[in-house]
Design a protein around this ligand. Structure first.
Ligand code: ADP
Length: 628
């Protein structure tokens, strides 16, 4: 029986998400046909309610982490960056233009305004933005305080009046950063992003001309010159990041340093909220960071977008956003969870016991509340439900004692194997499943035929690593519960072997609980290439997230020190030190990376690799440091 994955889109959008998922063989959620909980991914442009996080089932994922407003609302971002500046120094947190939240900060703004007027004359410019609006709405630029008029909460920010221009046009960069997890902090930045242009030439004497000063597509696509072929910029108002890289090559600058500074901005910004975001292993977040580069090649953070626009307005959008969503889905590493959903729907009780049993006691279990009061349990008889919880508690106690050392990375969704082997047998290893895995019958694949993921996935796992107890015939080890990264298996399967995940999960008779079984073909069954098994990358027992998934480059953790610093409570100080070190080294080490020397890893050497995010073919950080 083949498995399918189900996505649910709030308010019918975004279309590109639907398109990418349907292309990959996912099925769209249909409330007429499916139960309320019968989906794998729920995608919303707006925030989820608290109850939606609390009621998450193990196979369900959301495209937002809770409580990230601290960086995505303009006033919160300004406040948080101010706090970080006070704690870690303004030299480090100097990447965002000084901002004041009005009306509260009016007096402070006034004193800064007057100070600047004294020192610089009237040539200091400001930009006023409503805190809760987006797409350039309500924004204006002013020089004289008498032009500052507002009737809602706004931020007034120093206007970066010397932006880098391309043929006289202002532009900014839309950088896509994916926070795969806040605990431990795991961040990927996409190599492809967008360059967004203003459509009229930059001119400080016409501050009211938004087509010259704002780079929002939503504004510029209505401008009179949007369709005009503009010098070097071309038609429309967007480039891909690849095209921008070509442009950078033509300039004699330390490109690596520029990328690293942008990378640091993303990390430093995320650090402002990372410790306060609740752990939710079932969530992922795609942020859009807007970065403006000035004439001195200093990148400035303008804002962080909560739900970056995914509309397809032009060819650059299609190239970038389709690839981005495809890579995001690969990064979420979905395949095996699907089977879990389907199996759970057939064998309800096991899901509850399974998930309790396999999370270490110190880990918050987002599904707990659901299980206590779940619809499923209400459908069961009281006689069945009670012993189940008792058993779960006992198992939890026993296993938490045995496995208190489980690394934080393992908080992620567990692997489906255990459901079949442990839960179905009441704690006794299921030899059928065991045999299936030791036979190396192919798992369903993480990365399908549509996947753009290439190599460099350090954490790809062989079958035994996914469920090691299956391979070595010992009792199941709760500590071996895998995170998603552990299932990063290349989209390949041995020729002639079954690619269908359901083939290695025993088919259980449908118990007639009214849940629909999918008739869709296996989403990744097209691939006939052999599975490439790679060893697990781990450091001191802590799993290292994959280095690269498609065009997503892991930017945090980026070395063994930051991996350690994010292991338990995030040690922001250490992270900052390390960022500082890498950036300083890039700043002093010249413009070009010498790559003649191939990295040869010696036995016992630090197993941690990181790619330098930004350049077209990102080199390894370690390579960079060795050769300079
Ligand atoms: P919105 O959420 O409405 O898009 P942004 O903060 O992104 O608000 O601002 C919109 C645009 O205004 C940016 O894309 C950029 O072109 C311009 N902009 C915003 N802040 C500044 C600034 N401090 N200096 C220069 N340009 C800015």
């Amino acid at each position: 029986m083949a498995a399918s994955l189900v996505f649910r889109l709030h308010d019918r959008g975004p279309e590109v998400v639907r398109e990418v998922l349907l292309e990959r063989g996912w099925e769209e959620y249909d409330q007429e046909k499916r139960k309320e909980e019968d989906w794998n991914l729920y995608w919303r442009g707006s925030a989820f309610r608290n109850s939606e996080y609390h009621n998450l089932l193990p196979w369900q994922r959301l495209n937002h982490h809770p409580k990230t407003v601290g960086i995505t609302r303009k006033d919160c971002l300004a406040r948080n960056l101010r706090r970080m500046r006070a704690t870690f120094g303004s030299a480090l947190y100097d990447f965002s233009p000084t901002a004041f939240i009005l009306p509260n900060d009016y007096t402070r703004f006034l004193s800064e305004y007057n100070k600047l007027r004294l020192t610089r004359g009237p040539s200091a410019f400001w930009i006023c933005k409503p805190v809760d609006l987006s797409r350039g709405r309500g924004i204006f630029i002013f020089e004289d305080i008498k032009d500052l008029v507002y009737d809602s909460c706004v931020i007034v920010q120093r206007y970066v009046s010397n932006p880098l221009l391309i043929s006289g046009y202002k532009f900014d960069l839309r950088i896509y950063a994916c926070v795969k997890s806040f605990h431990p902090l795991t961040v990927y930045i996409h190599q492809e992003g967008l360059v967004r242009f203003a459509t009229e030439k930059y001119n400080l004497s016409s501050l009211h001309n938004l087509y010259a000063h704002l780079t929002n597509t939503s504004i510029n696509k209505f401008g009179p010159f949007y369709k005009t072929e503009k010098e070097r910029v071309g038609q429309g108002c967007k480039w891909t990041m690849s095209k921008f890289r070509h442009f950078l090559h033509s300039l004699d600058i330390n490109e690596l340093l520029l990328w690293q500074r942008i990378n640091s901005i993303v990390t430093l910004t995320l650090l402002t909220i990372a410790p306060s975001v609740p752990s939710c292993p079932n969530c992922v977040e795609l942020f859009g960071f807007d970065i403006l580069i000035d004439v001195k090649f200093k990148p400035w953070l303008l804002e962080v977008n909560y739900s970056p626009a995914l509309t397809l307005d032009c060819q650059a959008d299609i190239t970038v956003k389709k690839g981005l969503i495809g890579d995001l889905i690969d990064l979420m590493n979905y395949t095996l969870i699907d089977s879990l959903r389907e199996k759970a729907y057939q064998r309800q009780g096991y899901t509850q016991r399974y998930f309790h049993a396999n999370y270490p006691s110190h880990v918050s279990i987002p599904v707990l509340s659901k299980f206590k009061e779940s619809k499923y349990q209400k459908q069961r008889t009281g006689r069945q439900a009670l012993p189940l919880i008792t058993t779960v508690e006992k198992m939890n106690q026993r296993q938490s004692r045995q496995h208190a050392f489980v690394a934080d990375y393992q908080r992620h969704l567990p692997h489906v194997d255990l459901n079949e082997t442990y839960a179905s047998s009441g704690g006794i290893v299921d030899t059928t499943a065991n045999k299936t895995c030791t036979d190396r019958k192919t798992l369903n694949l993480t990365l399908g035929p549509h996947s753009r993921t290439k190599v460099s996935v350090v954490n790809r796992q062989p079958c035994p690593a996914l469920a090691p107890w299956l391979a070595d015939n010992r009792s199941p080890h709760v500590s071996e519960v895998t995170d998603h990264d552990k299932t990063e298996i290349e989209a390949e399967t041995e020729p002639g072997r079954d690619t269908d995940v359901s083939s290695w999960i025993r088919d259980i008779p449908h118990r007639g609980l009214g849940f629909r079984r999918s008739k869709l073909p296996n989403i990744y069954s097209g691939s006939q290439r052999p599975v490439k098994m790679e060893r697990t990358a781990a450091l001191n027992g802590q799993r290292i997230p994959p280095l690269r998934v498609g065009e997503f480059i892991r930017t945090f953790p980026f070395n063994s020190a930051t991996l350690r610093a994010s292991q338990h409570e995030l040690d922001v100080k250490i992270v900052i030190q390390e960022l500082h070190r890498v950036t300083a080294q890039l700043a002093t080490s010249g413009r070009k990376l010498r790559r003649e020397q191939e990295e040869v890893k010696k036995d016992g050497e630090d197993d941690f690799d990181s790619l330098l995010w930004g350049p077209k073919e990102p080199p390894l950080l370690s390579q960079f440091f060795k050769t300079t």
